[in-house]
Unconditional design. Structure first.
Length: 131
């Protein structure tokens, strides 16, 4: 159920040989994201359960769109990956997307610290709460 933008990441990861290159790729994806307006970095947009500061701002109608930011570059990159996985998804289909299964396709589950994994789970929980 992953969209074409996420599938492109999966394809790109197949060509990257070591984890330093893959981490750099994730960080670069985060750098490409538009900055989240400081006015949106409020408590109601903050994701609890992340070791770093994380904010997700949702625009929800029938379809999910969100922006986000973090004070950690790798986490901002993870937000970018989740955006490519979920943005544009009809609200009633969010529950059909397994973020963790899709991130496993990238091999990230084996290379994220437990704190980072918990942060991803907290972000996905917030996203899933919209469905």
């Amino acid at each position: 159920m992953a969209g074409s933008e996420f599938e492109q990441i999966v394809d790109d990861f197949e060509f990257l040989e070591d984890w330093e290159d893959k981490y750099r790729y994730v960080i670069e994806e985060g750098k490409k994201m538009p900055a989240l307006d400081e006015a949106l970095k409020v408590e109601s947009n903050k994701v609890n359960g992340c070791a770093s500061q994380v904010w997700l701002h949702f625009s929800v109608s029938d379809t999910l769109y969100f922006d986000g930011d973090s004070d950690a570059v790798i986490v901002k990159g993870l937000i970018a990956l989740l955006r490519k996985l979920y943005n544009g998804t009809p609200i009633d289909e969010i529950k059909n997307i397994s973020a963790w299964d899709n991130l496993k396709r990238l091999g990230l589950h084996d290379h994220l610290s437990s704190q980072r994994s918990n942060g991803v789970k907290a972000m996905v929980k917030r996203i899933n709460s919209l469905s």
